[in-house]
Design a protein around this ligand. Sequence first.
Ligand SMILES: Cc1ncc(COP(=O)(O)O)c(C=O)c1O
Length: 439
Amino acid sequence: MTRYEKSIETHNLARRYISGGVSSNFRYHTIPVPLCFVRGKDAYLWDTDGNRYIDFVLGNGPAILGHTPKPVLDAVRDTLDKGQAFTSVHPEELALAKRLTEIIPCAEEVRFDVSGTQANQIALRLARAHSKKDTIIKFEGQYHGWADNILVSVGPSLNEAGPYNTPTTVAHSRGQPKNVVENVLVQPFNDLAVISQTVSKQSEHIGAILVEPIACNTGVIEPAPGFLEGLRNLCDQYKIVLIFDEVITGFRASLGGAQQRYGVTPDLAVFAKACAAGFPISIVAGKREIMNGVTDGVIHGGTYNGLTSTVAACAATITTLAANNGALFKKMERQGTTLIDGINTLGRKHNLPLHAQGIGTIFTTVFTEKQPLTHYRDYKSSDEGLRLRFIEELQHRGVRTTSRGTWFMSSVLTDNDIHETLNTVDAALEALKQEIAKG
Ligand SMILES: Cc1ncc(COP(=O)(O)O)c(C=O)c1O
């Protein structure tokens, strides 16, 4: 009997009825199979074999208040008897929109959607309509959802990625039309000199720069000092719309997102994931003159946008995160920093090139001599095999992180959980060291 016997059984059955056994390709990469989870509560998850995990995946980010957060569930429950979809506007939707304009620096107006992918689509459409230019700049290794027109250079191999200064735009999925690469220019993150040159040469075609202000999907890479300010200046100079994809950093880098944390205001921003603690709502926010495109020929639809339940979840999440002057953020930052420092110390103790970096509420663990990571190619050249073995050893001992190496913090972790996690890292590294010594 293995630790994962029932999960394996479930997966074998699931593959017969759910294509690939899971409902998103990004759930497939799990050890030894996508585990079958039966319950989540606070900072923990339980699988069908009865194993408990301290959860740093959190649904890939949303569950910032942990699993089953009471204030959010209570708020959602209150909506269930009122009705969900009125296909117009409702008072709580208006109140939430107003609150968001107070919280998010770039938000003069907002629109609601249901996913990060879709909110990025309307942001891109608004940007192109406003700038009247079609080319989008995105950064290598960044992910903005799985839609055809932006699913490029998300994780190219170093062989296919092309020259550092002029990366090749690489389609990420079979089935994408060949011309998807035509309207997207890929640039290296954190290199203002390269991007300034690109923009100055091609500014008459470039309508938008779309950026994850912290590169969260391939390493957690903070913007270098001056990088976001530099993008802002370029966009102002060349009449380009600056879009921050804050699907991860929204309500996580701070309540107002990375734009608030770093003090740089984009023209448009997209928030999702943590903004409703697990319920499906996303937000596109921005300057009135750009957002107003929706009243002037820019089409944005969505049957499930702004449901009473998801609006209530978002409002309750804001109330919880804003309480006591953002005390939960301070706690997550403190505990996350303890983990980052502790993991780096343990890496040195075991003489392994383990490196943790990020901010308190989200960070990454990779194996590399090139520390810190500053752009995608640093991450891509780190030791993927060792990272996956580390994650496997953590999982065997009850700590769950993403296969990319990203750790999401929740506000319900106790100091004991942090202590237990560091002990688990210590044991996992010991196992790896012994394995390496055996050859
Ligand atoms: C930065 C970023 N943008 C967009 C998306 C897509 O969001 P969704 O999965 O809600 O469509 C993700 C999802 O992981 C993301 O990390």
